[in-house]
Design a binder for this molecule. Sequence first.
Ligand SMILES: NC(=O)c1ccc[n+]([C@@H]2O[C@H](COP(=O)([O-])OP(=O)(O)OC[C@H]3O[C@@H](n4cnc5c(N)ncnc54)[C@H](O)[C@@H]3O)[C@@H](O)[C@H]2O)c1
Length: 439
Amino acid sequence: MDTLTKLKEKIVSHKATVGVVGLGYVGLPLAVEKARAGFKTIGFDVQKQKVDMVNAGHNYIGDVVNEDLQALVESGMLSATTDFSFVKDVDFIAICVPTPLDAHQQPDISFVKGSAEAIAKHLTKDTIVVLESTTYPGTTEDLLKPILEKGSGLKCGEDFLLGFSPERVDPGNLIYKTKNTPKVVGGIGKEATHVIAEMYRQVLDSDIYEVSSPAVAEMEKILENTYRNINIALVNELTMLCHKLGISMWEVVDAAKTKPYGFQAFYPGPGLGGHCIPLDPYYLSWKAREYGFHTSLIEASGMINDRMPEYTVSRCGEVLNRFQKSINGAKVLILGVAYKQDIDDYRESPALRVIEEFQKRGADLSYYDPWVPQYRYKGETYQGLKELSPEALAKADIVVITTAHTNVDYEMVQKYAKAIFDTKNVMKNISKRENIEVL
Ligand SMILES: NC(=O)c1ccc[n+]([C@@H]2O[C@H](COP(=O)([O-])OP(=O)(O)OC[C@H]3O[C@@H](n4cnc5c(N)ncnc54)[C@H](O)[C@@H]3O)[C@@H](O)[C@H]2O)c1
């Protein structure tokens, strides 16, 4: 039996063993779904602490249901390890490792390389490898394939199948989870794509859309995220203009979105956050430069979005000015350091940049975030307030809302704060507004 047929049979009969490399925000929910669909699943991670937690049935990712994880571990369907020699036991491997930027905003592909090298050493014949990490077009064929072939001595297409299928998880989204979000699959070769797609069909309750190559799938993921990045930049720039014109951009967007076609609402904010939207477009601009091509829209939107934390602080300065206060020495209470509402992820969070800008100007800072009791930034650890009290609110010269968490008592914020700068318009339904200014 050839590789394709063998793998197809194992997938359809659920006899395939799945490996998920990287047990983070993307990998752990994926590992849980594979195991829930009846595939014995092994998670691989370099962090022993995460591996130990999974093996103890302890969940650490918001989108995973604790009881699901525990039951799967207890039944033996899900386990985790730091030992890559177990790669020899798996038939399907999904790679979900980080793809950040380095200090110079260049792609840091070292996690993809490192995990591929570790997999290659133990890769056996008749295995599928799928990269899910967001990356520039060409990564799967030009970077991953040679590493896997060299390290294993196997031939892609003959001995093992390789493809790219971007992860689209939106942490904290109550409707769309890993299980019901449509998936795009691009394998090396049409048949490989069908087999990889079949694997996802067995696991997910969503459409699986096949494309002609990994590069198309890699590019479509960057298109999705660049689309968001650029549209957010558009509303952020127009927000700065609207402030000068004396109109509310929030009201403008709400009006525009009554158009039933041709417009999608994006909202302003203090900047971009998370491991995707602020970073991924730069993977493309980096790749484009290899071809002497400049992705000018990405550069322009980066300039606008990167300016927003500073703009937020300067608008707060205007508010303080009305009270004859300078930022220097002002007591500033930041509400929210997570990059978006109702999650604990603060990677690339614009709130951290807002805090940094306030610090540079000599403000006296404190923060409260019900999801992030402490955070680390540039080597320092910051502790948040344990609770949001009327005293803490009243003590602040200005309260700056940087994350729209839903479990904050905004009535109380309005009642006790001297001045509020709301960058998320989260207080829009509060009727008393004398002390509220919106971005
Ligand atoms: N977080 C999101 O919302 C999201 C959404 C869609 C796509 N993505 C993409 O998915 C990828 C993973 O993102 P994430 O948010 O899950 O990252 P994460 O940091 O939460 O998790 C990555 C995990 O990989 C592990 N890891 C690092 N190097 C490894 C190696 N060599 N071998 C094994 N494990 C290793 C880390 O220890 C960590 O546990 C990124 O490319 C990201 O752009 C993320």
